[in-house]
Ligand binder design. Sequence first.
Ligand code: ZN
Length: 240
Amino acid sequence: MSSIRVMVWNEGQHEKKHEAVQKVYPQGIHGAIAEGLQEAGYAVQTATLDQPEHGLSEAALEQTDVLIWWAHIAHDQVDDAIVERVHKRVLGGMGLIVLHSGHFSKIFKRIMGTSGNLKWREIGEKERLWVVNAAHPIADGLDDHFELQHEEMYGEPFGIPEPDSLVFVSWFAGGEVFRSGCCWYRDQGKVFYFRPGHETYPTYYDPNVRKVLANAVRWAAPTNGPKITVANRREPLETL
Ligand code: ZN
């Protein structure tokens, strides 16, 4: 059992409103993601938008090493104070994994400083994800590519800052490509964006997707590096 503590956050709105989504994810999207990570040996908790403080109290975040974020239709309902709290924790070292339509979440746009804009099409076409950085820990145990038979298309250009490392590029049957697995460093924290996961497809049961998420949690978990402190004057280490 890993000592890494994961919090899977899902807005949890589609599951309440749309039967097609309930059918695919009877335990919620967060439930399926949590199940995969538990199988990988992590200590996993879940939280949703409707809980007090969206389930992301100071105490809950204090006990979270890696936060996973799935959201789509309720970005504007996320309290700005919670966004601020999550942002601070990420800069302090908590890992953040943003999934699929989380590209438009307040927290992702805040951390990236960009629009998160992209092209999209929802006709259930095939997605092929290519590993473009074979040495990256998030690609551990994967073949050079894997496929999802039915997914929503996201197309470039994607409104993000240049990733510090790019792990996956997707090709879609309709012809577009997309930077599907992107890593950034932010102060002491690490951020991973992973594209697949439209709510009406069983993407979070896919063994390769589960492997990516398990690897991403390991990569994004805090490391014990030197602490970044507020600017303060210090004496030279050498005698000058
Ligand atoms: Zn979608």
